[in-house]
Design a protein around this ligand. Structure first.
Ligand SMILES: *[C@@H]1O[C@H](CO)[C@@H](O)[C@H](O)[C@H]1NC(C)=O
Ligand SMILES: *[C@@H]1O[C@H](CO)[C@@H](O)[C@H](O)[C@H]1NC(C)=O
Ligand SMILES: *[C@@H]1O[C@H](CO)[C@@H](O)[C@H](O)[C@H]1NC(C)=O
Ligand SMILES: *[C@@H]1O[C@H](CO)[C@@H](O)[C@H](O)[C@H]1NC(C)=O
Length: 325
C-alpha cells in the first residue's frame, strides 16, 4: 500500500489546472494551506472564494447587487467600500468575491479566467472545494456550501471534489497559517494533494479525471494537534454518501426561552440504500473510526432508480399521460 502510494506520487509529471473554492471564505487557513500545497505540487491553481463566511449556504447561487462591499468581509479582511471582487495584492491567483461558494466558482470560470487568464479558458481539470471547517456527511449534502460549490461545478461538467475537515475552528490564515507539521490545515492540504494527484495519475490520457456528472465528497478526521490518538495519515475508506447514521437536521424549540435550536437527527430515509453499492460503509460511520477519512462518489442524476421510478409512475398512472416504454 505504502509502495503504491509512493509510486503514484512519483509518476505525477503533469501539471493540471485547478479551481479552488470553499464556503468559509478566501481568508480561511484551510483553503490557503491547500492553495500552497497544490501549487507546490506543480499545479496551476486559481483560488476564487467568498469574501465572507458562507457556511450552510448550500448550492444557493447568490450575486451582489452593488459594485462595492456594503459590509466588511470575514476577519475584516476587505472592508465596506472595497470592490466586490479582487485579488491579493501580491498574488493575482487568489481572489475573493461577495458571492456564495457556487457563484464564486462561476465567477472564476466564467469571468476571471476568460478575462485575466484566457489560457485557462475551458481548461480547468478539477474544482476543489474546501477543506471545510467541520465535516459534511450524509444529509449535509443539501446544506453544505462546500458541497454546493461542488455539485454546481459538476452541473457545469467539471470534475469536482468537496473536502471537509474536523478542524471546525474558523481561523484566519494570518493568525494560523504556519509550517507546523501538526497543524491540521497542513495535514489536510497534503492529503488533498495526494487524493487529487491519484485521480490525475489514474486519468492518464483520458479527457476527464471523473465521469461526467460525478463528483466526490471527502471527510477528514481529527489529525495532528487536534487528534488525541496521534492520527496523521488516516486510512482512506471508500464509502457511501448516505447510509447508517447519516444525519438530517431538525428544529428543537427551547420551551424556556422560546428560541429554536438546530439539532441533528438520524433518519430511516437517509439510511436506506436506493442507489450505489449497499455494502459500502456510510461516511457517517467512517468518520467515527479512530483515524479514517471517507471518500464517496455522488452523481447529479438525482432521479430515483428505475424500479422506484416505475413504482411511482404506477401510483400516478390515472392522472399522467402514458409514456410506458
Ligand atoms: C472562453 O470560452 C467560451 C466558451 O466556453 C467562449 O465563448 C469565450 O469566447 C472564451 N473566451 C476566451 C477569452 O477565450
Ligand atoms: C481559532 O482561530 C482563531 C483565529 O484564527 C485563533 O486565534 C484561535 O487560537 C483558534 N482556536 C483554536 C482552538 O484553535
Ligand atoms: C506536506 O508536504 C510537503 C511537500 O512534500 C512537506 O514539505 C511538508 O512537510 C508536508 N506537511 C505535512 C504537515 O505533512
Ligand atoms: C433552554 O434555555 C435555558 C436558558 O438558556 C437553558 O438553561 C436550558 O438548558 C435550555 N434547555 C434545553 C433543553 O436546551
Amino acid at each position: 500500500m505504502k509502495f503504491l502510494t509512493l509510486l503514484s506520487c512519483a509518476t505525477i509529471a503533469v501539471a493540471k489546472n485547478i479551481l479552488l473554492t470553499n464556503d468559509d471564505g478566501w481568508a480561511a487557513t484551510n483553503i490557503r494551506a491547500t492553495y500552497y500545497a497544490l501549487k507546490n505540487a506543480g499545479h496551476d491553481v486559481l483560488l476564487v472564494a467568498p469574501v465572507s463566511q458562507r457556511s450552510g449556504w448550500s448550492g444557493k447561487f447568490d450575486v451582489p447587487y452593488t459594485s462595492t462591499l456594503l459590509t466588511n468581509g470575514e476577519f475584516d479582511y476587505k472592508v465596506a467600500g472595497d470592490p466586490i471582487f479582487g485579488h491579493e495584492a501580491d498574488d493575482d491567483h487568489i481572489w475573493y468575491f461577495n458571492g456564495t461558494p457556487a457563484s464564486s466558482m462561476s465567477l472564476g470560470i466564467d469571468y476571471i479566467i476568460p478575462k485575466y487568464f484566457p489560457e485557462l479558458n475551458n481548461s480547468i481539470d478539477l474544482v476543489v472545494a474546501g477543506p471545510n471547517e467541520g465535516t459534511n456527511q450524509g444529509g449535509f449534502f443539501s446544506i453544505s456550501g462546500t458541497i454546493g460549490a461542488t455539485y454546481n461545478s459538476v452541473y457545469r461538467g467539471l470534475p469536482a471534489i468537496a473536502f471537509s475537515g474536523s478542524n471546525g475552528n474558523n481561523s484566519f490564515f494570518k493568525d494560523s497559517l504556519d509550517d507546523d507539521p501538526q497543524n491540521p490545515s497542513n495535514i489536510y492540504a497534503n492529503l488533498t494533494v495526494e487524493i487529487v494527484n491519484q485521480l490525475f495519475a489514474a486519468q492518464g490520457d483520458n479527457e476527464r479525471a471523473l465521469p461526467l456528472g460525478v463528483g466526490l465528497n471527502v471527510n477528514y478526521p481529527p489529525v495532528g494537534n487536534i487528534a488525541d490518538n496521534g492520527c496523521v495519515t488516516p486510512d482512506l475508506v471508500y464509502s457511501r454518501l448516505s447510509g447508517l447514521d447519516s444525519p438530517a437536521m431538525k428544529v428543537k424549540v427551547n420551551e424556556t426561552t422560546g428560541i429554536p435550536l438546530t439539532v441533528e437527527v438520524d433518519t430511516a430515509a437517509l439510511a436506506a440504500c436506493l442507489n450505489g453499492i449497499c455494502d459500502l460503509p456510510s461516511e457517517s460511520e467512517v468518520i467515527t473510526r479512530a483515524c479514517a477519512a471517507s471518500i464517496s462518489a455522488f452523481s447529479v442524476d438525482y432521479d430515483a432508480n428505475a424500479q422506484l421510478q416505475t413504482g411511482v409512475r404506477d401510483l400516478l398512472a390515472p392522472i399522467i399521460i402514458s409514456n410506458k416504454d
